[in-house]
Design a protein around this ligand. Structure first.
Ligand code: ZN
Length: 107
């Protein structure tokens, strides 16, 4: 009667899914979409798509994918409590498109 305590990764040649890689990377440190896209070799658009699913699976695991507050470079407006993972297009206060890029983290 032996029970493997370690997760066996046979069957997929050791390759982890993109979502698992995102969770592993964000578990180490907060990263932006551009960094993630370069680290994983996928487009930023794909990163945003995956983040939605990553967020859901983390929720069921009792954890949370958070968007670090980011601001407008022109007027200093802060985007807080943003729910969407894609970057904001314009500042709601001054209409500037010079916005900081959001960074994602797992907590
Ligand atoms: Zn602004």
């Amino acid at each position: 009667m032996t029970f493997r305590s370690k997760e066996a990764d046979h069957g997929e040649c050791g390759a982890r899914t993109v979502r698992q890689q995102i969770i592993a990377r964000l578990g180490e440190r907060a990263m932006g979409a551009r960094e993630l896209s370069q680290a994983l070799g996928i487009s930023e658009k794909e990163v945003y798509r995956h983040l939605v699913h990553v967020s859901r699976s983390l929720k069921t695991a009792g954890r949370k994918l958070v968007i670090r507050p980011f601001g407008c470079r022109s007027c200093g407006y802060r985007f807080r409590e943003r729910k969407r993972f894609s970057p904001a297009g314009r500042c709601p206060r001054c209409r500037s498109s010079h916005l900081e890029r959001p960074v994602y983290a797992i907590c």
